[in-house]
Design a protein around this ligand. Structure first.
Ligand code: C5P
Length: 227
């Protein structure tokens, strides 16, 4: 079974600010994206990695891949205006090269080999599987105009979805071929074509670095694992 990873890193980081895109930001001595790529590169089961980046930063990402000797990164390609378009470009580049595709956000550097192994076990059974964790807070729907509560959701039924999201390549390709509206994750497109998506346990430490305080949290987690 040939497993490839697509790592979307093509965002501009509007919610983050800063001079560089988030994936190029330093996290305890290495760029965020390098930490992410190293975890996938060190997994024997991963055959190759396609890194999808913002057009304005292509050279910077190419340099980072070379400097850190990330040989499993087989291509650095340009993404699109949305995450969906960036992953679509990654899939198009892959063609029929892979049996299984893992999609993982560049800005989740605290993913572990254990989570990747769990992803591969899960996809073998179902063909579509996502990492997630049960939500800890109470979540309410809020009407943005009146700023009043519209509903309180049953916390026991809610899971926060993460990446990696892992799919039989043919299933993911069909979901992308039929997609018209995009989505904030890949599983949504697969759900829309009627394929059941299974859930496996991610980790509360597998955070997405979105805003500056997330970087502080990631540093704290990393310092703990490096101690
Ligand atoms: O925007 P969001 O937080 O959902 O981004 C998740 C991942 O998708 C990030 O790693 C980001 O760089 C990537 N992305 C992308 N192309 C875009 C927008 C986001 O590859 N146009």
């Amino acid at each position: 079974m040939s497993v490839w990873a697509i790592i979307p890193a093509g965002g501009t980081g509007e919610r983050f600010g800063g001079a560089k895109p988030k994936p190029l930001t330093d996290l305890e001595g290495k760029p965020v994206v390098v930490r992410t790529l190293e975890v996938f590169a060190q997994c024997a089961c991963v055959e190759g990695i396609v890194l999808v980046v913002h057009r304005d930063w292509l050279k910077d990402y190419q340099d980072v891949v070379l400097i850190h000797k990330l040989k499993k990164v087989k291509a650095v390609i340009v993404g699109g205006d949305t995450r969906t378009q960036s992953v679509r470009n990654g899939l198009a580049f892959l063609g029929v090269a892979a049996d299984v595709v893992m999609v993982h956000d560049a800005v989740r550097p605290l993913v572990t080999a254990g989570i990747i192994a769990a992803a591969i076990d899960a996809v073998k059974i179902t063909g579509a599987a996502i990492a997630a964790v049960p939500v800890k807070p109470t979540i309410k729907g809020v009407d943005p105009k009146s700023m009043t509560v519209t509903e309180t959701l049953d916390r026991d039924l809610l899971w926060e979805v993460q990446t990696p999201q892992v799919f039989d390549r043919k299933v993911l390709a069909r979901a992308y071929a039929e997609d018209r509206d995009g989505a904030t994750d890949d599983a949504t497109l697969v759900e829309r074509i009627g394929v059941k998506v299974s859930v496996f346990m991610g980790a509360y430490t597998n955070i997405k670095i979105t805003t500056p305080e997330d970087l502080l949290i990631a540093k704290a987690f990393l310092q703990q694992t490096m101690a």
